[in-house]
Ligand binder design. Structure first.
Ligand SMILES: Nc1nc2c(ncn2[C@@H]2O[C@H](COP(=O)(O)OP(=O)(O)O)[C@@H](O)[C@H]2O)c(=O)[nH]1
Ligand SMILES: [Mg+2]
Length: 312
């Protein structure tokens, strides 16, 4: 995997997806060798042209001498074979290029959630030595926002003629965009959508690190505006490194990854034999009978559990 063998990388990601213990062992060994890649999130509503855009970006990044791994995450449907297949077909022309590695993931029911599966895959790509790791995801729910948080740089893809979707985007993912892409700029309504989005960006102003997100117009299917988008992504990387924003993000990631696993481990130990215990059954009965409130009962149980298990 460290030598960048795609077949090995693919097998490792499969292990991780399947919850195979070998996957976790490999991840432990790889983790210290990760941290070099620029992780780029591409998000937006279905049909906005994300996959087409990623395909065009791959070509642009390759021209600039960068190697690229792509993870296409499709969490929207348990039967998403179609969409995933569509993504892969759109990026098909790069499949013979050794500097490009494309994987897709349908993640409903994924052990530990989409964010975790994506994080693990990105560590693998990163350790494989890819310069850029692009993660395509549909920007809808909280899980997908967590995926976005993983990226150093996030491009939010919008399309014209959907005033409603601009409204919907405003509420959530527009806020996390470091680049705003108005794709399908060849379609009617592009100018008015651009005015709305520019105004929105203007209201938002600079982010806490002093970066001012820009709007880019693209026609992904004709590869228009792709160089400018790659420039904007690169500008955000340069700013993130100079301002310390990437370092801060990396520390937050490390903290979140560590705390999540502490929480998981602690919960597993404490909750493992929960239903078997007499004191838990008694607490359930007392709460049900309104003899005790659930808060005090839970506090008592936690205190008991901790005193029993002790530090080990
Ligand atoms: N007219 C036009 N069509 C586009 C453009 N970009 C993508 N498409 C088409 O929009 C459809 C959805 O694209 P896709 O990349 O699968 O969207 P995704 O769901 O966001 O990944 C495809 O049929 C693309 O060919 C564009 O800039 N202009
Ligand atoms: Mg897609």
């Amino acid at each position: 995997v460290l030598a960048g063998h795609t077949a090995s990388g693919a097998r490792l990601i499969r292990w991780l997806e399947d919850g195979d213990p070998s996957g976790l062992d490999a991840l432990r060994a790889l983790y210290p060798r990760s941290g070099g890649a620029h992780i780029v999130g591409i998000t937006g509503p279905p049909g906005a042209g994300k996959s087409t855009l990623v395909d065009a970006l791959i070509a642009e990044w390759r021209k600039r001498g960068k190697t690229v791994a792509v993870l296409a995450v499709d969490p929207t449907s348990p039967f998403s074979g179609g969409a995933i297949l569509g993504d892969r077909v759109r990026m098909q022309r790069h499949s013979v290029d050794r500097g490009v590695f494309i994987r897709s993931m349908a993640t409903r029911g994924q052990l530990g959630g989409i964010a975790r599966a994506t994080w693990e895959a990105s560590i693998v790509f990163d350790a494989m030595g890819f310069d850029i790791v692009a993660i395509e995801t549909v920007g809808v729910g909280q899980d997908e926002l967590d995926v976005v948080k993983l990226a150093h740089t996030t491009a939010v893809v919008c399309l014209p003629g959907t005033g409603d979707s601009v409204q919907a985007l405003k509420a959530g993912i527009l806020e996390v965009g470091d680049c705003l892409v108005l794709n399908k700029a060849d379609q009617p309504g592009a100018d008015s959508a651009e005015r709305d989005l520019v105004e929105m960006l203007h209201l938002r102003g600079e982010d806490p690190s002093g970066f001012l997100p820009r709007l880019l117009r693209t026609v992904a299917s004709r590869e228009h505006g792709i160089g400018e988008l790659a420039d904007a992504i690169e500008a955000h990387r340069a700013h993130g490194e100079a301002s310390g924003a990437f370092g801060k993000r990396s520390r937050e990631q490390a903290r979140a990854a560590l705390l999540e696993r502490v929480r998981e481990g602690a919960a597993r130990r404490i909750l493992g034999d929960l239903s078997e215990r007499a004191d838990v059954r008694e607490a359930l009965r007392a709460v049900d009978a309104r003899e005790q409130d659930p808060y005090s009962a839970a506090d008592q149980l936690v205190a008991t559990f901790l005193s029993e298990k002790g530090p080990s």
